[in-house]
Design a protein around this ligand. Structure first.
Ligand code: SF4
Ligand code: SF4
Length: 151
């Protein structure tokens, strides 16, 4: 992801949400980077990455659906309560959704899916338009676990 400060504003939800990613993905991050539960310790007080030019691949691979789209500000991850990242696996493209506030309150992925169905659908159709791809599934990771929904 190329940083687009004008779209991100004061958000930086992505750098505050890595604590929700499962252990396998955390292991992909450089070992000398210590992640707290919900905030990367390479994020300084003014919400800038202090190692931006050498940030790990997990960060460079991150494709924020909001920042690459023309979605209105109500879909800003800090506002909407979750980060939406377009990823690729053997089956094609899928969305990785990482709730921040809801995850902290112990909502299950299924509950989160039901509570946010409309906005998640907007994220899916937006990602498909922006990248000209078909999204085959949506992965939701909360503090209660991770679940994949086929769409
Ligand atoms: S989650 Fe998206 S909008 Fe928010 S700071 Fe990260 S890239 Fe920018
Ligand atoms: S290394 Fe930088 S870009 Fe990656 S999560 Fe931490 S602050 Fe964000």
């Amino acid at each position: 992801m190329e940083q687009q400060i004008d779209r991100c504003g004061d958000c930086h939800s992505c750098c505050k949400s890595f604590g929700w990613i499962d252990d396998n993905q955390i292991k992909l991050i450089d070992l000398d980077i210590q992640y707290e539960w919900d905030r990367c310790n390479k994020l300084c007080d003014n919400n800038r990455c202090t190692i931006y030019s050498t940030r790990p691949q997990t960060c460079t691979d991150f494709e924020c659906v909001y920042v690459e789209s023309n979605l209105p500000e109500e879909y800003l991850p800090d506002t909407i309560g979750y980060v939406t990242d377009l990823r690729v696996d053997n089956g094609g493209h899928f969305l990785n959704i990482i709730p921040h506030e809801s995850g902290k309150s112990g909502v299950t992925p299924t509950e989160f899916w039901k509570n946010n169905y409309k906005s998640i659908h907007v994220m899916k159709t937006t990602a498909e338009e922006v990248w000209s791809v078909v999204v085959h599934s949506i992965n939701i990771a909360t503090a209660s676990g991770s679940e994949t929904f086929n769409v």
